[in-house]
Design a protein around this ligand. Structure first.
Ligand SMILES: [Zn+2]
Length: 385
């Protein structure tokens, strides 16, 4: 190598020179690689003008701050419960480009400054905290931006699976963005209590479908996964969580709790289960039992065609769904009010099956019975799963 080729190395420190050859000489630090390269060049009569790390064009002495970074990070980590961590560092584009063009002129056999800095801080954090670097799905991702000397944590959410029952006819499953009114939701009741145990700062409820605000969810309950964001505690007592929610007097009960993972949310949301409902149906006149039972037969075991109901058509695309009503029986009748037990495929709009939704559901119970029927009360009493 003549002195012209060695030119790109001017203004670099020993460590950054060594990093150019990182894939060679295993078991050496970059600093050691740098020393041995400089020495071998010197023996060939080529003198490289090495600078101190603080004057280095690439690293600008950042490695001397590794202890400061790792001490501060370890201090902040101490308020979290976590199994392991990973680190990602950001350097300025100029630094990265300068480094890769210098390394390219030596055959791109080096490693990036990011990789070395991650490793150096990681080792120090391991020493300070006793926790290990966790490459896959770490509880905490530490993000260091060397441009601003800033550090941030991305804490993996904690996910808890369960089933809920809702005893209120005036409670949405999740918060309604469009209403500013502070109203209890299933999400807020479970989420607030969960975060009181995890120290999380936000929560989201992911339901396996949802019932209307005025529909009770009884029986075996509906599956959900609640997500606690930025949790400080992860190994919380789920029995305690259940007891706290169930004794809160908020008309929500949860059971079957277990820890789960983010990838289960999508699976849960894609589940399709048929359901059994109990519906209180009110007619515009007294109901004739025999005639009404015959009308039920026109729906029983039939495929129905439902256009997206008017009441939800602003939020869902208008299409016709083909769905099965597996069974419909009368449990009780008094004057103009009947109680029906309806078993239907996932996705049937039960209120519209009864009312007809101005002809958008066919067949429907109002048409086949020749009466104006509406549902005054509706409960989900079983989800078949
Ligand atoms: Zn350097």
């Amino acid at each position: 190598m003549d002195s012209k080729e060695a030119m790109p190395l001017d203004g670099l420190c020993t460590r950054c020179i060594g990093r150019i050859f990182a894939s060679e000489g295993h078991g050496l630090t970059n600093h050691q690689r740098g020393e041995s390269f400089i020495e071998s060049q010197s023996q060939n009569g080529i003198e490289i003008s090495v600078v101190k790390e603080t004057e280095c064009r690439i690293c600008q002495g950042i490695f001397q701050s590794a202890e400061t970074y790792s001490t501060e990070i370890s201090r902040r980590l101490s308020s979290y419960e976590y199994a392991g961590f990973t680190i990602g560092c950001t350097f300025s584009e100029e630094t990265i480009e300068m480094e890769s063009s210098i390394q390219a002129s030596f055959g791109s056999k080096g490693e990036s400054i990011k990789k070395e800095f991650n490793r150096e801080i990681g080792k120090l954090i391991e020493q300070h905290t006793g926790k290990s670097f966790q490459k896959d799905d770490p509880d905490i991702m530490i993000k260091v931006d060397t441009r601003y000397m800033s550090m941030d944590f991305q804490v993996k959410s904690l996910f808890v699976y369960g089933t809920y029952r809702k005893y209120s006819r005036d409670m949405p499953q999740t918060r309604w963005i469009k209403y500013t009114e502070k109203k209890d939701t299933i999400e807020s009741i479970i989420g607030e209590i969960l975060n009181s145990l995890t120290g999380g700062d936000a929560y989201f409820l992911h339901g396996a479908g949802r019932e209307d605000v005025d529909v009770r969810m009884l029986g075996n309950g509906r599956e959900f996964i609640i997500e606690s964001c930025n949790p400080k505690q992860r190994s919380i007592d789920l029995d305690k969580l259940g007891k706290m929610v169930n004794s809160s007097g908020k008309n929500v009960e949860i059971q079957d709790l277990s820890f789960t993972t983010r990838d289960k949310v999508r699976i849960l949301k894609e589940e399709k289960h048929s359901k059994i409902y109990l519906a209180t149906v009110v007619a515009d006149k007294d109901i004739d039992k025999e005639a009404f039972l015959k009308s039920l037969e026109a729906i029983n075991g039939k495929v129905i065609y439902q256009r997206t109901p008017l009441r939800v058509s602003t939020s869902r695309s208008d299409l016709v769904r083909e769905r099965m009503v597996f069974g419909i029986t009368m449990e009780n009748l008094q004057g103009n009010t009947a109680t029906l037990r309806i078993e239907a495929e996932a996705g049937v709009y039960i209120k519209e099956l009864v009312s007809g939704d101005r002809g958008r559901t066919n067949p429907n119970l109002s048409d086949v019975s020749g009466m104006d029927l509406t549902i005054s009360e509706l409960d989900v009493i079983e989800i078949k799963r």
